[in-house]
Design a protein around this ligand. Sequence first.
Ligand SMILES: *Cc1c(COP(=O)(O)O)cnc(C)c1O
Length: 388
Amino acid sequence: MIAPELHPPVRLLMGPGPSDTHPRVLQALAKGTVGHLDPFYLETMNGLQDMLRQVFRTQNPMTMAISGTGSAGMEATVVNLIEPGDAMVVCVNGVFGGRMVDVAERAGAKVTKVEKPWGHVFTPEDLAPALASKPKVVGIVMAETSTGAHQPIEAISKAVHEAGALLLVDAVTALGGVPLEVDAWNIDAIYSGTQKCLSCPPGLSPVSFSPRAMEVVMSRKTKVQSWYLDVSMLANYWGQNRVYHHTGPINMTYGLYEALRLILEEGLENCFARHKKNHEALRAGLAAIGIRYSTQEGHILPQLNAVHIPEGVDDAKVRSTLLTRFGIEIGAGLGAFKGKVWRIGLMGYGSRQANVLLFLSALEQVLAEQDYLFQHGSSVAAANDTYV
Ligand SMILES: *Cc1c(COP(=O)(O)O)cnc(C)c1O
């Protein structure tokens, strides 16, 4: 039996990722596959690295895309910097900090967890006791997709470097959605993913290692535990030597290449301003119907809006009706936020005025059917007012 031809439903992906793919990225993905050592592909890799450096705001030579999703980038940065027995501090205020602890422990790190309540961010003072023990690496999530918290990096970076440690940053949801300065903030290792704010399907993980981090990698006493993610070997493929390591995911590279062209065409500042504007419209709309954010005030991500589910409203029913009747996907709460929070993404190509207004009118309809009391039309009106 032959399985049926694929006809994916048309969706608006307004959850925690994947987010909507830009049509130009879809077209790029469909271009002809070449060999992974074809001169054309090597040029494409160069262009991709050059654009990644611009978007990461770095001069780091070791900037490339790991074959795999964001978690592969997490694993790549951790396993290259950590040798068994090394001390690592991981900041945990949501799901992804928790995942980093697991990855680091599997790599043999002695992990010290620093915790904050979900939805809150870390200050340098929060890290001080853990830094006193002189860890080798400190890991932190800049955009915690499970809670919508926007972690400031600069002050943390200063404290981490004063303690002589390397700073490792998870920028999976941050990159392309909020300002991020790898060099100016002195970040030693960073990873992202294609399917959050880069308007691309999942499949690649942009990473960058500072020269200081590369020195640490190159002077390891033990081999990197992962053959696939060993950056010293990957450097031979992405660098001057072009030695075959594994077959590059050719068409995904085309997709990310086009996605980066889109961001640079728009301009980074304009791109961040668009994310902020659409977030403010959504926020005004939600406030008008009594829906509040669950993230610490002043640290709310524009691209991931985590909000309290109103009392008496059926979480699963709202999400399934949005999906089946309106084709809109939003995210459920994870972990401690399960059943309590909705996560509304306005990421990359998905951060558009039309999406905000369509989502709010659909939400009003679904909430009205559940006898939630609010003034009909008020959320769309409030959002509209922010655009004039
Ligand atoms: C999505 C996400 C990841 C994991 O990325 P995958 O692409 O799902 O592997 C890691 N960290 C953060 C903050 C994320 O949002």
